[in-house]
Design a protein around this ligand. Structure first.
Ligand SMILES: Cc1cc2nc3c(=O)[nH]c(=O)nc-3n(C[C@H](O)[C@H](O)[C@H](O)COP(=O)(O)OP(=O)(O)OC[C@H]3O[C@@H](n4cnc5c(N)ncnc54)[C@H](O)[C@@H]3O)c2cc1C
Length: 545
């Protein structure tokens, strides 16, 4: 056991591991990268997280950097749940419900709680968190907060940030703070604290006040974005102040979240599902734009293309046979409409039908929940694809989360087809058409030099394309190590410098998940590309993606 592990073992109540097996397991997440950590700590309680952070801070004061990476279940697709130093594995012990009253929409949980377990608990009280990622059955609330996760229903109901009302966070120096929206008086109290927390509030408040215009400029004009830090929601025009939105989506680079307070929603009534077939990306885009302008936004607008359906049919000839048969339409759009009032829902369905009749070749309206479940298999087919290997070729999470303004959806689809065609690769597209957030995974063998080069070349081109279309490289999976090197180009230099200053306020020694999200260089990333990709952390589930 190395010295660091030895010290930690003596001081924390949870387990500390350095075995090759454990370090090997935690050397990968669901990204294409691998880094072997030196130590794994399973914090028993918040105090263990605090002590570990304090220890790393004291080492940093003496010039030695011991990186700390918070980890939920490691389903991260960007290399943000791996790191060189200490992995803090939250799910083992920090997985409890701390406050729940069925009459209250608020629920407080420890960060390592399984999202699926929480959702089940809430559903038994007819409530839920609408932003649950497709991986929710085997990922944690801490991870969803870290990434600002979202779901297909985030189109109408928003991402995780919309449901997190407060946090307990261990700061880089080991201090514990609680966040929630503060009024001016409460903010003044924080500004007067003679602690690191006080320093954070003072520095951040000053920075935001001095850079109001840049804060406005940091917002990309798209419907959801996980790139950069969310500065605009910290200080509002009424003078209120909240660190919560800043921590959400920060991938463990600003603080270690120990507890999360969420606001759950009542379960929705039975929705209606409309399936529409399209011949062209332009018609698809027009339909999506018109549907978005309905008085009540559809709860989901999901897309798959004909290649996805063909590829899935090749993998498993039975999978789609009761739902859709060849020849497949170029695009299938699934539009889900819900409303508390059946009457209002039916009115919305009529309006949506009228829009779709204008652009789509074929239309089917389904109210029966069992039939709907069957139809959703069309979209869930993407899970078969993203977990299927073609010999040594693996579908890679590489250019998988781009988003553009919705009026650029058709251009985005066409540019993805061109990119894959230039690289002589099979392509299939699926995703959240209502947000113009598309998923696509090239089949590559990253054990081969040529494909390793191709991966970075595609990444470079893909980022350029989304930038030119006015979008972001990431809508929901975040930047991590994968997109970190490219995200500076999404923003102007002065906005990016502002993000760097924010990171420095919270983490002056660069202890918290260094090499993730902010100030990541391509030279750091290339050497950690795995030689073989696998989804082995999640093979006992098959989530859609
Ligand atoms: C097949 C598949 C489908 C997916 N579908 C979706 C989807 O629909 N929507 C979506 O948004 N994402 C999706 N993801 C990505 C990922 O699963 C989610 O973002 C998930 O919420 C991550 O949770 P986790 O527990 O695995 O976190 P991890 O992977 O362990 O961590 C994710 C990030 O959060 C940070 N973090 C974790 N815990 C803490 C903490 N306590 N304090 C501070 N930081 C912390 C980590 O450092 C890391 O940066 C998918 C992934 C896969 C493999």
């Amino acid at each position: 056991m190395n010295k660091v592990a030895h010290y930690l073992q003596e001081h924390v109540a949870g387990e500390v591991m350095t075995s090759n097996d454990a370090r090997g397991y935690f050397s990968t997440d669901n990204s294409i990268f691998s880094i072997t950590p030196s130590v794994i700590v399973y914090p028993k309680n918040e105090s263990d997280v605090r002590k570990t952070a304090r220890f790393a801070w004291q080492l940093a004061e003496r010039g030695r950097i011991l990186p700390l990476t918070a980890r939920g279940n490691g389903t991260d697709l960007t290399g943000a749940a791996i790191g060189h130093g200490v992995i803090l594995a939250f799910p083992a012990h920090l997985n409890k419900v701390k406050y729940f009253d069925q009459k209250d929409s608020k629920i407080t949980v420890e960060a390592g709680i399984n999202f699926g377990k929480l959702q089940q608990l809430l559903m038994s009280y007819y409530r839920f968190i609408p932003a649950a990622p497709a991986s929710f059955e085997y990922s944690t609330i801490g991870g969803a907060v870290g990434n600002n996760a979202s779901s297909m229903r985030s189109l109408k109901y928003g991402d995780m940030r919309s449901y997190v009302s407060g946090l307990r966070v261990v700061l880089a120096n080991g201090e514990v703070i609680e966040t929630q929206r503060l009024n001016k008086k409460e903010l003044n109290k924080k500004l007067g604290l003679a602690t690191f927390e006080g320093e954070v509030y003072r520095s951040l408040d000053k920075l935001l006040e001095e850079n109001r215009e840049l804060v406005e400029k940091s917002v990309i004009n798209i419907t959801k974005n996980a790139a950069g830090y969310d500065l605009k929601d910290v200080k509002l025009d009424d003078g209120s102040f909240d660190l919560t939105p800043l921590f959400v989506g920060s991938q463990g680079t600003l603080g270690l979240v120990s507890e999360v307070t969420l606001t759950s929603q009542p379960l929705k009534s039975e929705p209606t599902l409309i399936t529409a077939y399209f011949d062209s990306s332009n018609d698809l885009q027009s339909a999506v734009l018109d549907l978005r302008s309905l008085p009540d936004m559809p709860s989901a607008m999901e897309l798959v293309d004909s290649q996805l359906l063909s590829m899935v049919s090749e993998i498993n000839g039975n999978y789609l046979k009761d739902v859709i048969t060849p020849p497949f339409p170029k695009f299938v759009l699934l539009v889900e409409i819900d409303n508390e009032s059946e009457h209002k829902k039916n009115k919305e369905v009529k309006k949506a039908e009228k829009i779709l009749n204008k652009y789509a070749q074929n239309l089917h309206i389904e109210d029966n929940p069992e039939r709907q479940q069957l139809i959703w298999k069309v979209r869930e087919a993407s899970a078969l694809l993203s977990s299927h290997n073609d010999g040594n070729l693996n579908p890679l999470p590489l250019v998988d989360d781009g988003i553009v303004p919705v009026d650029q959806l058709a251009a985005f689809i066409n540019s993805i087809y061109s990119l894959f065609s230039r690289e002589h690769l099979k392509v299939a597209i699926w995703g959240h058409a209502g947000d113009a957030n598309l998923h696509v995974q090239p089949y590559l063998n990253i054990g081969q030099v040529g494909d390793r080069q191709k991966a970075f070349r595609m990444m470079e081109e893909f980022c350029k394309t989304v930038r030119e279309l006015g979008g972001s490289t990431t809508a929901q999976y975040n930047e991590g190590r994968l997109r970190g090197p490219y995200s500076s180009k999404l923003f102007t230099q002065d906005v990016y410098d502002l993000f760097t200053k924010v990171k420095n306020i919270f983490d002056p020694y660069d202890i918290l998940n260094p090499g993730v999200k902010i100030n990541v260089s391509i030279d750091e990333v290339k050497p950690i590309l795995r030689h073989k990709y696998s989804l082995d952390h999640v093979y006992d589930h098959l989530p859609l993606s």
